[in-house]
Ligand binder design. Structure first.
Ligand code: XIL
Length: 624
C-alpha cells in the first residue's frame, strides 16, 4: 500500500497565497533579532577592570596601543598557556535559566584563533568548559556578535572567557552582555510529531543549557516531545565520578552521579517525556581513568576481568541510580553500545580516549576485540527497567561493510535475547549518502526483525544559500519518505538537536529550525504530503484488534464534504483551515482530511479550494 506520495518541494509556496485570501505569515525581522536589553557593557576607555586572568594568571591593563572604538582596549600579557585569558565572572551579573548574548571584539598581533567560551562548576563541584564561538585574528579585530549562552540554576562560578594560542598577547574591546531577545516560535505551523503520528514517535536531543531558552523549549514541546535524548549529560564522561570511585570503588565499582543530567531529568519527569538513555559503553567521551588501576589517571590499564566487573557495576549504578533518584522519568530505550564498528566492518584500533587518534578504543585495548559488546548487553538486560528497549547505535551505518558487521552482531545478540533494536544515528550530508544507499542499510536492519530507531538524524550542508537549503530540504524529504516506507520497523525518529545554532555541527546548519526558531525549508519538506495515519482499536468480546490505516477516499456518511473543522457547518472557517493546511500552517486529522478532499481524489490541493468555493457559492454559505 502506498502511504505516502513522493514529496516535491514547491519553491516559494509559502509566499504564494492561494486564491487571493491572505493568511499573514509572521517573518522574523532584523529588529526581532537585534540586541536585547543590555545588562553590562564596557568599552575599556577608563575605570575598574572587572575581568581577571584565568586562575589568577596573566596581567590585565587598559591600553591605548589598540582600540576597536574610542582610544583604548583591554590588554592581556604574560600568558604562557592556551587556556590563560581574560575572564568575567557572571554570577552577580546574569541570572540562571535565562538566555543572554555576548558581543565583543578581540585581537592578537599575529595569526591566532581566539575562542570565546563559558565555564561553570556543577553541583558535584566539577568545572566544565564549553566553547561558544571562535574568531580568527591576524592583527585585525575578530568580531563576536550576539553569541547566545545560558546556564541552569544548579551551577555556580560561571565565567565568560577568551583564550588563544600559548603566549600571545590579547586585546579585547567593546564587550557587551545583553538579554537575548525572545523570538516566539511559529505556533501556526503543523506539529512534526502530529504529522507522523501513527507512523513513529518524533523526538530530539537537548542539552541542559537549552532549558534556559523558552522558545527553544516551546519547539521541543510542539514538535518533538515524544522522545528526548540528552546530548551529552548521560555519557560516561558526565556521569562517572572519579573522586567517589577512588574513595569507595574498591577498584571495581565505579561511582556515578547525575549532577549534570539533573535539570534535564527533572524536565523530562515534569513534562512526562520518555527518555532514550545515551550511552553506556562507548570508546569516546569516556575517561581513561575508568580503564586504569585505582581509577587513577596515571594507573596501569586494568585486565579484562576487572573491566568486566567495572562494566557491570557501572551499568548497575547508572540504572539503579536513575530508577531510585528519578522514579518519574521513563527510560524507554538505552543505547547500550555506541560506535563499536569501523566503516570497514572491523573493531576499532586499541587505544585510549586521550590518544591523538580519537577513533581508537580503550575497550578494545582491554578486551583485544569487540567481545565487550555481549557482556554490555547482558548487564544492561539485567539492570534496565522493565520494558526498556536495548539498542546498538552507530554512525555511517550505510557503509556496506559496516552494515554487514552490525547486522551479523545484531542477529547473534537477538538469538541470545539480549538486544531489542538497532539505532541508526544518521549524521548525513547533502552530498552523502544518497537516499537509496541509506534505504539499503535500513532494509537490511529491518530484515533482522528487530526494532529500528533513527537516533541522531541531522543533514549538513556547506552551501547555506537558498539553493543549498532547498537541496538540504530535498534530502530530508527523501529520507523521511524512506522512513515512511519502513514505518512498520521504525519506532522513533530522533533529530539530533532543534535549532542550527545549538547543533554540534552548527556551521553547516543541519537541522529543521534556524537560530531564530523559525522553520527552514527542510521542515516544510518533511511535513509535506504525509498522509494522516489513524490507529483504531476495536474490541470484540475478549479480542482487541488494532488496525492502522491511512485516509481512504470512501465517502463517510458522517462527514459533510467541505466541513473541514468538523463542526457540522460548512462556512468560511473551513476554507481558511483548508488554505492553512495547504501552506503547511495547520494539520488535518484523518476525518478532516476526508472532509477537505472535495473531489475525493485522495489528494488535497488547490482544486479542492476551487470546489469548496463553488459549493459555498452554490449553497450561499459564506458566514464566518
Ligand atoms: C556529540 C554531541 O552532540 C556534542 O555536543 C559533543 O561535543 C560530542 O558528541 N554520535 C553520538 C553522539 O553518539 O553522542 C555525539 O554527540 C554525536 C555523534
Amino acid at each position: 500500500m502506498k502511504r505516502h506520495t513522493t514529496k516535491k518541494l514547491l519553491a516559494g509556496l509559502l509566499s504564494t497565497v492561494l486564491l487571493g485570501t491572505s493568511i499573514p505569515f509572521a517573518a522574523v525581522t532584523a529588529e526581532d533579532t537585534a540586541t536585547g536589553n543590555v545588562i553590562y557593557s564596557t568599552d575599556f576607555e577608563s575605570g575598574d577592570i572587572l575581568f581577571t586572568g584565568r586562575d589568577g594568571i596573566g596581567t590585565l591593563s587598559l591600553s591605548t596601543a589598540q582600540a576597536y572604538s574610542g582610544s583604548s582596549s583591554l590588554y592581556m600579557t604574560d600568558r604562557t598557556k592556551g587556556w590563560h585569558g581574560p575572564q568575567l565572572l557572571l554570577d552577580d551579573i546574569c541570572e540562571p535559566n535565562k538566555e543572554y548574548t555576548v558581543s565583543a571584539y578581540a585581537m592578537t598581533a599575529w595569526y591566532n584563533t581566539i575562542k570565546l567560551s563559558i565555564e561553570y562548576t556543577d553541583a558535584a563541584g566539577e568545572r566544565h568548559y564549553d566553547n561558544l564561538s571562535s574568531g580568527v585574528s591576524n592583527g585585525n579585530w575578530a568580531e563576536f556578535s550576539n553569541i547566545k549562552f545560558s546556564f541552569t540554576d544548579d551551577v555556580t562560578n560561571v565565567y565568560i572567557y577568551f583564550e588563544c594560542n600559548d603566549g600571545a598577547d590579547m586585546y579585547i574591546d567593546d564587550f557587551t552582555l545583553a538579554e537575548a531577545p525572545v523570538i516566539p516560535i511559529q505556533e501556526d505551523i503543523a506539529s512534526l510529531k502530529d504529522v507522523y503520528s501513527g507512523y513513529f514517535k518524533i523526538g530530539t536531543a537537548i542539552m541542559a543549557s537549552n532549558l534556559a531558552s523558552p522558545s527553544f523549549m516551546d519547539l521541543v514541546e510542539k514538535h518533538f516531545n515524544e522522545s528526548i535524548t540528552f546530548g551529552n549529560e548521560l555519557k560516561p564522561d558526565y556521569v562517572l565520578d572519579q573522586a567517589a570511585s577512588q574513595e569507595k570503588g574498591n577498584d571495581v565499582n565505579p561511582q556515578v552521579n547525575f549532577a549534570q543530567a539533573d535539570a534535564l531529568l527533572k524536565y523530562c519527569a515534569e513534562h512526562k517525556i520518555p527518555v532514550r538513555g545515551h550511552t553506556l559503553v562507548w570508546h569516546s567521551q569516556t575517561p581513561d581513568w575508568f580503564f586504569k588501576e585505582g581509577f587513577s589517571d596515571d594507573g596501569a590499564w586494568v585486565d579484562k576481568d576487572t573491566m568486566l566487573q567495572r562494566m557491570e557495576n557501572y551499568i548497575k549504578n547508572v540504572m539503579e541510580g536513575l530508577a531510585t533518584q528519578y522514579p518519574d522519568v521513563e527510560f524507554y530505550a538505552w543505547d547500550v553500545v555506541n560506535e563499536a564498528w569501523t566503516d570497514n566492518g572491523t573493531p576499532r584500533e586499541a587505544g585510549s580516549s586521550k590518544s591523538e587518534d580519537s577513533n581508537s578504543s580503550a575497550w578494545v585495548r582491554i578486551f583485544g576485540d569487540n567481545s565487550f559488546i555481549e557482556p554490555a548487553f547482558e548487564y544492561a538486560r539485567k539492570y534496565a527497567p522493565a520494558g526498556c528497549k536495548l539498542y546498538y547505535n552507530d554512525f555511517n551505518e550505510y557503509m556496506p561493510s559496516k552494515t554487514t558487521a552490525i547486522y551479523d552482531m545484531a542477529m547473534d545478540l537477538k538469538e541470545k535475547g539480549l538486544i531489542d533494536g538497532i539505532g541508526m544515528q544518521s549524521h548525513l550530508d547533502v552530498g552523502f549518502p544518497t537516499a537509496s544507499a541509506y534505504r539499503k542499510a535500513l532494509d537490511k536492519f529491518a530484515s533482522t526483525g528487530l526494532d529500528v530507531q533513527i537516533t541522531e538524524l541531522d543533514i549538513t550542508t556547506s552551501d547555506t544559500s537558498e539553493t543549498g537549503l532547498q537541496n538540504q530540504a530535498q534530502l530530508y524529504s527523501d529520507i523521511f519518505d524512506v522512513y515512511v516506507d519502513y514505518a512498520d520497523s521504525i519506532s522513533a525518529v530522533v533529530i539530533w538537536g532543534v535549532t542550527d545554532d545549538q547543533s554540534w555541527r552548527a556551521s553547516r546548519v543541519p537541522l529543521l529550525f534556524d537560530e531564530n526558531f523559525q522553520a527552514k525549508p527542510a521542515f516544510y519538506s518533511v511535513i509535506d504530503d504525509v498522509e494522516p495515519k489513524v490507529t483504531t482499536t476495536t474490541t470484540t468480546g475478549t479480542t482487541t484488534t488494532t488496525t492502522e490505516t491511512t485516509t481512504t477516499t470512501t465517502t463517510d456518511p458522517d462527514i459533510i464534504l467541505g466541513d473541514v473543522d468538523l463542526d457540522g457547518i460548512v462556512r468560511l472557517n473551513d476554507l481558511i483551515l483548508l488554505q492553512k493546511y495547504l501552506i503547511r500552517k495547520e494539520t488535518l486529522n484523518a476525518e478532516q482530511g476526508k472532509a477537505a478532499d472535495m473531489n475525493q481524489d485522495d489528494q488535497i490541493n488547490v482544486v479542492d479550494i476551487i470546489l469548496w468555493e463553488r459549493l459555498a457559492i452554490f449553497t450561499q454559505n459564506w458566514d464566518a
